[in-house]
Design a protein around this ligand. Sequence first.
Ligand code: SF4
Length: 493
Amino acid sequence: MQKRPITDWLPITKKEIEQRGWDELDVVLISGDAYVDHPAFGNAVIGRIIESEGFRIGIVPQPNWQDDWRDFKKMGRPKLFFGVSGGCMDPMVNHYTAALRKRSTDAYTPGGVAGFRPDYATSVYCKILKDIYPDVPIIIGGIEASLRRVTHYDYWSDQLMPSILKSSGADLLVYGMGEMPLREILRLLKKGVPFTSLRTIPQTAFLQPKTKELPINKQWETVQLSSYEQCLKDKRAYAANFKHVEQESNKIRANRLTQGIGEDILIINPPYPPMSEAQIDQSFDLPYTRQPHPKYDKRGSIPAYEMIRFSVNMHRGCFGGCSFCTISAHQGKFISSRSEESILKEVEQVTQMPDFKGYISDLGGPSANMYKMKGKVQSICDRCVSPSCIHPVICSNLDTSHKQMTDLYRKVDAHPKVKKAFVGSGIRYDLLVDSYNKNADDSLDEYMEQVVCNHINGRLKVAPEHTSDDTLRMMRKTIVQAFSCVQGQIRFY
Ligand code: SF4
């Protein structure tokens, strides 16, 4: 197998930048994860988007924050901004178990070795950058920034913390999946709009002094949350905030949120509508090598990459609305699905990988069986504030047909190099239970038969979560009887 040229990856060393003939960069990304050039890895997606918009970009993966900060200086001062992310997982989840024990491995580091990123990585990286380059703007994104955008409970320190914009000193925060706001930021900067004027881009947040007028956008209503200080005094104020944040993260026409923090006000602009098929295809069809950067060749495999290297993600979003889950706060409840063409193109790429043995490990998404699902009447969904489309009952407006998924599975199966394509993501089995799903049609049985007979390795991955109906209700999950029903249906095959 012929080796790819190093320029097929985005540059992560000074030498690679010089090989491209660049003397300076427009954007430098600092990331808590190793650089794997694959659409499942945030730093690759963001880097490829910036590249596709015509900018010169370099990545500093897992910089050493404990020495003389040479990693933060090696790419030089970027012309536009630094982009900072703690990685695909919140660094605290990455570092500690729920019992607060230190983990011994890190799935996003070569060899699975722990210790290559700090606790609260986004804030640590930003403070270093502000120390070295105080006048260069910083944009933060990724799961840590996204889920800590407003006053939040930090399990590890057991306290309410203010927006991460306060603790990090960053200039702008992008929440959720970053493609749309990032493209708009780049488009405006290209036109010469000053960074400090980027105040009405959807899906971004920032701080400004309380004395300043709110930026004008006539289409947005503003909902004022209880301040950080009120939340510290009153748990109910915090809980009420949480409800607003959840609702506004999952609306088609959402409101702008504001929250006082000391002398500042946090402004969270409403999110973009869910990505269209063309927009999500554009992101997945970028020229990824689908491999870790060759610099890691001698440091061992990257566990998170090993897990997904032969898998294909078909959609984003989840309308389950489970109360303990962060997907709705990050990706939202509306499903953005890739086209069949884009998915099959990626399947073809996977089959071309030198060590592909004929097995696709996952045709999936946040919940495997939500591909292409949406409301029957969109105008009803446009006004909806429900956190879940399937709890406590399946919404009568939800089209739960599994037909497009089944057809696509069959097309993947028909690929001459695919021996088996597994569905490794969790399946929402309640959608498949006739007595629970009043919208059921023939496509459900057809899907179940297709999955059970052709796409599982003997174990169907489901998530019943609990056996107590009272607890399940609090979790916004289906009663356990639905699980018994689906077990009965599986035995039939
Ligand atoms: S109307 Fe029904 S299908 Fe549409 S978003 Fe609301 S719960 Fe989901």
